[in-house]
Design a protein around this ligand. Structure first.
Ligand code: FES
Length: 164
């Protein structure tokens, strides 16, 4: 039995210890907004926040996250209002088929927090090195999230607009 806190709700789960966080979310908690693309850490569709940091949930075991705060796409916004990042993706057509969108949105939020914290510093140093988040840097920092429809320009616009 493990205890997982997801979107501020505590769950007691009887899991095989080999269960990935992604499978725990989707198969045991019915939080299917988090998508399984590659299941190998290469596409970013499974991105969630753990204690505010973005991770590929397919690459980590659920049992490793007892005591952590996990946030999925379902934890953003409210029933009455979208989270501003969700609204910005909608306003800027930041998707086509939509499969990668939950991971893109969650990753964008984690990325902005990383940028504000100045982490990782080598990314800014290799680009403009300034305090502004350029479109080029957004693309670089979001490069772990693949969009097979190639909606990248609008994804970048959506993220920039949500930040501004
Ligand atoms: Fe986890 Fe692709 S499903 S990175």
């Amino acid at each position: 039995m493990i205890t997982l806190t997801v979107n501020d709700t505590v769950h007691e789960l009887d899991l095989d210890p080999r269960t990935s966080l992604l499978d725990a979310l989707r198969d045991h908690l019915a939080l299917t907004g988090t998508k399984k693309g590659c299941d190998h850490g290469q596409c970013g569709a499974c991105t969630v926040l753990v204690n505010g940091r973005r991770i590929n949930s397919c690459l980590t075991l659920a049992i490793m996250h007892e005591g952590d705060a996990v946030t999925t796409i379902e934890g953003l916004g409210t029933p009455e209002a979208l989270h501003p990042m969700q609204a910005s993706f909608l306003d800027h057509d930041g998707f086509q088929c939509g499969y990668c969108t939950p991971g893109q949105i969650v990753s964008a939020l984690g990325m902005l927090d990383e940028f504000r914290a100045g982490w990782p510093s080598h990314v800014s140093e290799s680009l403009d090195g300034g305090t502004e988040l350029s479109d080029e840097e957004i693309s670089e920092r979001m490069s772990g999230n693949i969009c097979r429809c190639s909606a990248y320009p609008n994804i970048v616009h959506a993220i920039r607009a949500a930040r501004d």
